[in-house]
Design a protein around this ligand. Sequence first.
Ligand code: ADP
Ligand code: ZN
Ligand code: ZN
Length: 702
Amino acid sequence: MSDALPCLVQVAVSTPAHSAVGDLLSYACAAPLAPGTLVRVPLGAREVLGVVWDAPAEPLPLPAGMAPRPVAGVLEGIAPLDAAWRRLVAFTARYYQRALGEVALAALPPQLRELTPEQLARRMRRPAAGAAAQASVSATESVALSAEQESAAAEIEANPGPFLLFGSTGSGKTEVYMHCVARALAASPAAQALVMVPEINLTPQLEARFRARFAPLYGEAAVVSLHSGMTNPQRLKSWLAAHQGAARIVLGTRMAVFASLPGLALVVVDEEHDASYKQQEGARYSARDLAVWRAREQGAKVILGSATPSLESWHASSPEVGRYQRLAMPARIGAGELPRLRLVDMGQQPRGTAFSPPLLAAITERVERGEQCLVLLNRRGFAPVLHCHDCGWKSDCPHCSAHQVFHKIDRTLRCHHCGYAQRVPRACPACGNPDIAPVGRGTEQLEEQLAALLRNVITPERRAARVARIDADTTRAKGALEEQLAQVHAGEVDVLVGTQMVAKGHDFRRITLVAAVQPDGALFSSDFRAPERLFALLMQAAGRAGRDAQYVAAQASPPEMWLQTWHPDHAVYAALRRHDYPAFAQQQLAERREAGMPPFAHQALVRADARSQEAAHAFLQAAADAARAAQLPGLEQVFIFPPVPLAVQRVADVERAQMLLESPVRGALQRFLAAWQPLLHTERARHRALVRWLVDVDPQAI
Ligand code: ADP
Ligand code: ZN
Ligand code: ZN
């Protein structure tokens, strides 16, 4: 058969994870195919999507007597993916220790994998709605930048970057992004911009702002979104528009970093500190770090923006390192003040109070004046556990080393780790005691309690105060979050109870008080990043208050952020009181330098999941021993810690353990990991009780 097909191509395909098949497979075809061409090829008994890859220096060896199978079809209508995209994919695979084909295929819209070349050709002939929109409508007035914004924008214009835009919440960072996007797009008709946000639920607001500004200039089709909340056909459409250059602006979550953008001129990573930029399965990439890499590779500028930058980025932008250019915008637009911090010492309050009397009084007063309040509790459900006081029974998940959470609304016990749910028992399953009680509280309970406490509070419109809740449970249905946010914006809600979901990014205009009722938990976490996360979350939350300077000026008292804490003297809260991120960062970085932790060291985790802890440990230990025995390159600069169980060690009946690797030199860790891969595969084959293993480079949670 191959006699008739004189050409050989190397194709990246997604083979089963950890399979022994190499990254690229050889196929035969009639005429040469350009690298980046999308093809359909046979793989075992299936036919799959593949990407033609640059031929390796050495032809790939085929088993003796085997001829390469022919390419089954070419996706004609789609131009080959360019070299920059292929380099990004290859770098991601190499850096995060995954197969090239897996990363390449995961970076493409899922629907591309399913469509035959004919179906795709039909899809592409369909005119894109709004594509012909004329640039006749006049552009929405772009606002005049403040002096701070102007100076940041000028620096970005004049310098290569990367930039760290360190601007308080409400300082107008988004306006700076839009200004820079406008400049970049005006500079060349082929220029494209990529703007990333951490959460899907922040994309609608962002899209509305970008659409209002740019659709009149470049047409509706020029602004597209890319995130996992879209249907597969929508994602394919956005992806194609970006790939073909019709989309000038791509807004999206972390996955958008892999969009094919031949004209990429500017990348924005908003809320760059956010942990959701780190992918948590497959290739565990950091979209923020890849954005910086990609921008440099493609000659694009990159802006990382945050009011509370990651300590990695802060350090990179320090005078000492100078890898990023730091641009500060401390002032809020319209001279709006950041809220004053009020700490309630829970040690001085009546035992068992959820809402301290002073906080309740402050909320009541605001609601009576027609202002809105936001109450934050980072735990959903009614109570984290049910407890029998007679025999000590607890609502433990039978499949995990975790409690099942009590959800009162549908009277279920639900495990937030494996999803296992059951009806709440009428009596203690262990001793029959009918009096089993919830311990601790979640947002559901908070909402109920607040509604009861504010029962007699009347708003200026002479109606009873309304309490509403927004968390993952209330927003499961499509469109639910938008609807609930709209009610808040419309002033139909007086007190909003929610998880971190509502703390981020939303531009609430009438909220003047934000309260975190139980923030202490993170102060004593075993994860060294916990204080950083807590500080960022509380600063973000504080940023939801007093966003409208005019509105605030018209009110009787300034905006406030309340914290109920048992540790009012903690350094994290002291820095928060002064809104002093730089001081907080300096103190944290000093600790990290002392302890030799990131950003002063580089880490990777190897995780093993197995039927027993012993089996998971045995695999990790064997892998470490094999590395030492083989004296792998880089080993002399890599410290391998002993294996330990994960904090939640059993999930869905699988035992989990991990082993931390640390090195002061990134390159040494990378060399070591690359050389280690084959040994890990070999060990895996020897450890039958192992379910899976994975490597997490630059892990975000330890
Ligand atoms: P951030 O992204 O830093 O939180 P935004 O860009 O959302 O801040 O700006 C906060 C608010 O201030 C928004 O309502 C925005 O429209 C407004 N704003 C931003 N820049 C200006 C400006 N130069 N003039 C007037 N209003 C502005
Ligand atoms: Zn009992
Ligand atoms: Zn469970």
